[in-house]
Design a protein around this ligand. Structure first.
Ligand code: ADP
Length: 203
């Protein structure tokens, strides 16, 4: 648990709580954490899941690496230390959403076991599932959705995951989706099926 610094007086105990908000929204808040190489399909799947859940009346928020890095985390780079700080802040933001009763769909490369454990620890195991969006490096490079692989190969991007920075494949993900062998629709359905029982209102 993190310590509250001196002279900081939190008021969490005086606010309406998560259960009140979940009741209002008729859903159970939750975090789906997508991990995988750049271009593996995290954001594509999250967008599809968001649409499906929205159609069923669930309130969600997609948290995406590029959006976060262009805003709240725009002072962070890709060193080991900055990657940890990036995830720590994201996890804290996720907790705020969860305490507001909202389901978050988090799309972050999150390349190491340490980083994913940090996220899970901050958010809480009971509110967290990890989904490994898995496509071989060569497939992601071939897709090169954002042109990043080309730049990394040309030496214009340092510490690029899978090239000159490691990606540790998750060993205990709740679900693995092989996006080189599944359609987008199949991938989205697999996540929705896993998620629906977890986000139904509890009372
Ligand atoms: P990431 O968010 O992991 O960086 P993106 O979602 O931006 O990746 O890009 C993934 C690319 O892979 C998209 O061009 C998408 O159309 C394609 N793709 C092919 N099959 C799938 C699948 N089954 N699931 C997700 N994306 C897929």
């Amino acid at each position: 648990m993190s310590q509250v610094p001196e002279n900081i007086h939190t008021t969490f105990d005086q606010l309406l709580n998560r259960a009140d908000k979940e009741q209002l929204l008729k859903q159970h808040a939750f975090c789906v954490w997508f991990t995988g190489l750049s271009g593996s399909g995290k954001t594509t799947i999250a967008k599809g899941v968001e649409r499906e859940l929205h159609n069923r009346g669930y309130l969600t928020q997609v948290l995406d690496g590029d959006n976060i890095r262009s805003g709240i985390n725009n002072n962070l780079g890709f060193s080991e230390q900055d990657r940890l700080e990036n995830i720590r802040r994201i996890a804290e933001v996720t907790k705020l959403y969860i305490n507001t009763g909202i389901i978050t769909l988090n799309c972050f490369v999150s390349p190491t076991e340490d980083i994913r454990i940090l996220a899970r620890d901050i958010i809480g195991t009971e509110d967290f599932i990890e989904i490994y969006v898995n496509a071989p490096f060569a497939v992601c490079e071939d897709r090169d959705v954002k042109g990043l692989y080309k730049k990394a190969r040309a030496g214009q991007i340092k510490n690029f995951t899978g090239l000159d920075a490691p990606f540790e494949a998750p060993t205990n993900a709740n679900l693995e989706i092989a996006t080189d062998r599944m359609t987008i629709a199949e991938s989205v359905q697999a996540v929705v099926a896993l998620l629906l029982p977890k986000i139904e209102a509890k009372n």
